[in-house]
Ligand binder design. Structure first.
Ligand code: AKG
Ligand code: FE2
Length: 312
């Protein structure tokens, strides 16, 4: 396993005037990656590298606290997803604990009060990742050949974006699963990690994403796959826990507001004479079904809800 199959895209041309050639090159790599595996990495992405390192270090400190302290930030009710500190149920195959936050200022958020600077760093990291999500969405818009700003205008409400700080327990004799193979439901996910463990499926093979400082991995989610009628691929990935050490990561989910209607766009169906491969749905219904997979894991794996639930 190696990650030479996962392209690393230099985004610096998007942060300076004039480098049209550099932008074009980056877009070509991104377009190809999104239509093949739905997965690539980015560097020079505008998110300060030292901020990413601080966020990882602070989450290490937080998850190292006794449960009593962590449980002080247990989720309230009413949010689309449980904001705050969460553990997996004992029988869950996913062996991690996590802290979930919505955008800075969201009334759903339940921040830990310790370590004291954690809240500010979470908010700052979130704000940078939103900007990166927007840049990648604009790039995808172009790769998909959509009218300028189409995705930006469709996905114009940022209140359902969320970020999770994850702590995976070290692998044991009993198993090394961290997260079972899955696709993300949203539009675009950004991940950074301190230890290897994230693997992506390409042509039926699992490829390890080796962490390198300052690099962010990007994967396309189900919403883009549906809108593009499968032109873009929602990446299948999993997390394998390393032996003898904990693993920390952040996942940022550039999302859709729950009231958005998701269905294959005419550009990928009627306008080119192709049948839609999915029926339409409200995003909140899909997100709820996916959350239920976690809170009430079905006994039979075939009963876990995936995007195929809406396939025609
Ligand atoms: O922890 C990671 O590296 C990936 C997390 C992930 O895939 C997810 O939360 O959906
Ligand atoms: Fe994921």
């Amino acid at each position: 396993m190696s990650n030479s199959l996962i392209p690393i895209v230099d985004l610096s041309p998007f942060f300076k005037e004039g480098d049209e050639e550099g932008k074009k090159r980056a877009k070509e790599i991104i377009g190809k990656a999104c239509s093949e595996s739905g997965f690539f990495q980015v560097k020079n992405h505008g998110v300060p590298v030292d901020l990413m390192a601080r966020a990882l270090n602070l989450s290490k400190t937080f998850f190292g606290y006794p449960n009593q302290e962590k449980l002080k930030s247990s989720p309230g009710i009413g949010a689309p997803l449980p904001a705050g500190y969460n553990t997996q149920r004992d029988h869950s195959q996913d062996k991690n604990e996590y802290l979930l936050v919505f955008p800075p200022g969201s009334s759903f958020n339940v921040y830990p009060s310790n370590p004291p600077e954690f809240r500010e760093v979470l908010d700052e990291t979130f704000s940078y990742l939103v900007k990166l999500g927007m840049l990648l969405e604009t790039t995808l818009n172009e790769c998909m050949g959509l009218p300028p700003n189409f995705l930006r205008e469709y996905n114009n409400d940022r209140s359902w974006d969320f970020m999770i700080g994850l702590h995976y327990f070290p692998a044991t004799e009993a198993g090394n699963n961290g997260l079972t193979p899955h696709e993300d439901g949203n539009t675009v996910t950004l991940v950074f990690q301190d230890e290897a463990g994230l693997e992506v499926c390409k042509n039926g093979e699992w490829i390890l994403v080796t962490p390198s400082e300052g690099t962010i991995t990007v994967n396309v989610g189900d919403a883009i796959q549906v809108l593009s009628n499968n032109k873009m691929k929602s990446s299948t990935h999993r997390v394998v826990r390393p032996k003898g050490k904990s693993r920390y990561s952040y996942g940022f989910f550039y999302n859709l507001h729950g009231d958005k209607w998701v269905e294959p766009l005419p550009q990928f169906t009627t306008e080119i004479g192709e049948k839609p491969k999915y029926r339409g749905f409200y995003f909140k219904d899909y997100q709820k079904l996916r959350m239920r997979n976690k809170t009430h894991p079905p006994e039979r794996p075939e009963d876990v809800i995936h995007i195929t639930h809406y396939a025609i």
